[in-house]
Design a protein around this ligand. Structure first.
Ligand code: CP
Ligand code: NVA
Length: 308
């Protein structure tokens, strides 16, 4: 049995296989072909933070595969009233076939997985957001932008950045990260991914200069400056991140036809300008839709592994 907590535990071949399954399911869906690959199976979805895309995509995806998803907000289940994670894990995994969790500390999901009898999927922690990267890469494949990637991530060194680092290290492409001083990526993740990248041909570069990062990039991406749980820091961050907005000026330094990605929700006038966002809206909303297809690929893959 396998869990999906970070991309670190997956080989390049496995990541590509999951995306291929997702693309096949997406193609089938466009032709009204629904294979009930998870017939009668249930996905428990524990949410300790808000979500639009993650909830809708997992719930819809499970339904389209013939299964059922349960939305479990921590306001409604006893986890939010102090029932231990390890007890919650043993109960839910005795009734559900898979569990998706969105939470704060990454260690919570690791603890849950260690007590779970069924695969656990990370639907975002403070440290990683790996399902988003499956959708992002799928989008690059669909736009024929997955060869010779030079990606630039501009903004906060957060869960999205760490997941981009893992993807670059596993698939072997160049990722340049520009953050303001004091908002750099986690040093341990940098060490780990730099080491991993040595064997894949990838490269992780960090800087405090967004223009340096974006120069010639084939993919430009960013994320909110204020992640969930950091709301109290919002005003201070807006001041510190001045100069890190992805605007037309910044995009003009990237390669011709550079793709812009954003995991959403997007805050116009902060991490991205209105004109850049709207110019690239087609790819960004395809990226959002691909959450549905990539995650169906992931759930089918995890279910297959469980049966092996
Ligand atoms: N990108 C993403 O995970 O969106 P939600 O927070 O809406 O789930
Ligand atoms: N970094 C953001 C991602 C939202 C999908 C957050 O954690 O809030």
């Amino acid at each position: 049995m396998r869990h999906f907590l970070t991309l670190k535990d997956f080989t390049k071949e496995e990541i590509l296989e999951i995306i291929d399954i997702g693309l096949e399911i997406k193609n089938n869906l466009k032709n009204d072909v629904f294979k009930k690959e998870l017939n009668m199976k249930t996905l428990g979805m524990i949410f300790e933070k808000s979500s639009t895309r993650t909830r809708v995509s997992f719930e819809t995806g499970m339904f389209q595969l013939g299964g059922h998803a349960l939305f479990l907000s921590n306001r409604d289940i006893h986890l939010g009233r102090g029932e231990p994670v390890k007890d919650t894990a043993r109960v839910i995994s005795s009734m559900c076939d898979m569990v998706m969790i969105r939470t704060y500390e990454h260690s919570m999901i690791e603890e849950f997985a260690s007590y779970s009898k069924v695969p656990v999927i990370n639907g975002l922690t403070d440290s990683y957001h790996p399902v988003q990267l499956l959708a992002d890469y799928m989008t690059l494949v669909e736009h024929n932008a997955n060869e010779n990637i030079v990606a630039a991530y501009i903004g906060d060194g957060n869960n999205m950045t760490h997941s981009w680092m893992m993807l670059a290290a596993k698939l072997g492409f160049e990722l340049r990260i520009a953050t303001p001083k004091g908002y750099e990526v986690d040093a341990e993740v940098l060490k780990e991914t730099t080491e991993l990248a040595k064997t894949s041909g990838g490269k992780i570069i960090t800087t405090n200069d967004p223009k340096e990062a974006v120069k010639g990039a084939t993919v430009v991406t960013t994320d909110t400056w204020t992640s969930m749980g950091q709301e109290d820091e919002k005003e201070e961050r807006i001041k510190i991140f001045n100069g890190f907005m992805v605007d037309e000026n910044m995009m003009s330094l990237a390669s011709d036809d550079a793709k812009f990605l954003h995991c959403l929700p997007a805050y116009r006038g902060l991490e991205v300008s209105e004109d850049v966002f709207e110019k690239h809206a087609d790819i960004v909303f395809n990226e959002a839709e691909n959450r549905l297809h990539a995650q169906k690929g992931l759930m089918v893959w995890l279910d297959k592994k469980r049966g092996e």
